[in-house]
Structure formats: structure tokens, C-alpha cells
Ligand binder design. Sequence first.
Ligand code: COI
Length: 354
Amino acid sequence: MEIRFEQTKNPKAKPTDESKLGFGHIFTDHMFAMNYDAGQGWHDARIVPYGEISLSPASMCLHYGQEIFEGLKAYRTADGTVQLFRPDENYKRMNVSAARMVIPAIDEEFMVEATKKLIEIEKDWVPHTDGASLYIRPFIFATDPYVGVKPADHYLFLIILSPSGPYYSTGLDPVKIYVEQKYVRAVRGGTGFAKTAANYAISLKGQDEAHEQDYEQVLWLDGVEQKYIEEVGSMNIFFVIDGEVITPELTGSVLPGITRKSALEVCKSKGIKATERRITIQEVADAYDAGKLDEVFGTGTAAVISPVGHLKWGDKVMTINDNKIGPISQMLYDTMTGIQWGKIEDTFGWTVKI
Ligand code: COI
């Protein structure tokens, strides 16, 4: 499919102070768009000026939430070139989310090429500062004007770009996480593994109550017994217990994170024992009491590698590694960001040059 290009007549001023980008507030000059109509498939791929879109108030996405999205980044390397990190994995996962939400599949290879073309056009928006990058948000939503519950016949696929700094304002300083015991994020047979808006909307109440207690994020337990650890919502979670790296296995209610998968591969390449298995919050608390909970960290595209300094479960507050980043979290942060920003050799073949 050809990609039509319409250049903006009103280019915006780029941010001058990259230390103040924040996350997800600023958007570039252009966006990618493509339509789906039943009987015609995906068509009319285009890169057009970033701007408001017009939607019927009856659009199905607004009523029943038929929507999916992805998140990836473009990084500027020291020699000024721009690269992506495993974009094929994002579009592969997008098709898994699409299947669950009865959204038509996309051509993964075409979408990697379309993303490269958009970034090529917007490459001057990729930040130059260490730790900052161009966050890429592809998303698809149902547009049929119909207030009935059924899979839609019409969809819009957009990619918008946002020059961004760290997701957490604390940067690499450890975050405080609250173990949620009242609400649940996902249940067996639900949508936990899909990147769909509902999974994030459902997390807001718990997050709000965690904020009231001065905790930044919520750690979700399984939706049946509230016993097994799942994920944080904005990131997957890892524990280092007695030298072994453990992350909850993908049972269907956990997002299959690309940073999660990459962190496991990095650990294995360095000879560190890394295991995916079910793990209870009780096991974590017991390891803490026995002095064997060495580190806790989260992984995510936005969050990168994010050390956890405090974990609160009921009345029990666990302070991890003296509220400092631990050696495995630091190694993973250095390796992942080193590959992403082109500071170390990418022996895994994960980066894609623009
Ligand atoms: C990402 O890490 O890209 C996400 O989509 C998570 C979101 C909370 C920013």
C-alpha cells in the first residue's frame, strides 16, 4: 500500500529545554492515519498534519471501548542516527490484542515500514538529551455511528508521536508501590494480556487510592484469590530472591511486555538465573523476612527499568535494598538503555535503524 504524505503548513516550535519534556504532553507536526471499512480492508494510508479528528458522538469506541494501542520509542544515538527497538514485536502484539477485541488484523511488516517513514519525516523531533526519546503511540478504534453492542465495521488507525522524558518523575529513583487487595485488574478469560484501554481505565480507582497513601503505583494480584502477583499496569514486575530473577508467568491476565521479554533474555545471556513462574505475595513477604528479597523492579517501554524501593502489603511495608537501585536492576538499565541509545553493541539484533 502506498503512503500519501501531506506536509504541515504550520510547523510547531520544538521544545528547547529537553529536561522539561515530561511524558506524553507534547505532540509532533505529523501523524499516520489509515482507515478500515468492512469489505474494503485497511486502506488510505497517509501521513498528515497532526490535528484534531472529527468523530460522530455515536462512534462505537466511545460507548463500548473497542480500542487497542501500542507503545514504542525512537532513540537518537551518539552519532545522530535514529533507531527503533524491536518494532516488529509491538505490531505482533497489536495483532494479538486485535484478535481479542475483534478488531481486524493489520499487516505487521507494513506497519513497521509506515512507522519508519513517519519517524524519518519527524526525525528532528527525536530528543538529543540522554534519557529522552520520541514516544510512539499507535492505536486503533471503532468509528461506526451505532449505539448497539457488536464488533464495528469501520476503524481508524492512528500513530501519534510525543517527545518525552522519563515516565516516572522520580526517574531512576526507586518508586513506592502499593499491593492492591480490594480491586482487581484482570480475570481468567478476560483482556489482561491485551493492550486495550479498558485495562487502564479499570486501574484508575486503585491508583487513586494508592496516591492518597503516598504510593505511586499499584501492584495487582490475581483476580480470583488475590494471592498471585500479576503486574503493575504501567509495567511488568520482577523480584530478585536469593540471586534468582523471578517474574510472574504469562497466564493470560498479564501483559506480555517487550521490555519484560528483553530483560529475561539479557539476564539469561549473562548467566543469571531468570524464571517465569507463578509467585505469591506471601512468598515475597517471606523472602523479605528471611533477608532474601534482594531487589524488586518494573519493566516497560515507558518505565524502562524502574527500581521499587517500598512495597506495602496491608500493614506490612517492605523497604527493598535500602531504597536504592540494586545491581541487577542497574545492569539491566545500563544494558537496555545502552542498546536503545546505541552506546553498547546490540548483539541481540533488536535495533532497527531509520
Ligand atoms: C508503555 O510502556 O508504552 C505503555 O503503554 C504504558 C503506559 C502506562 C504508558
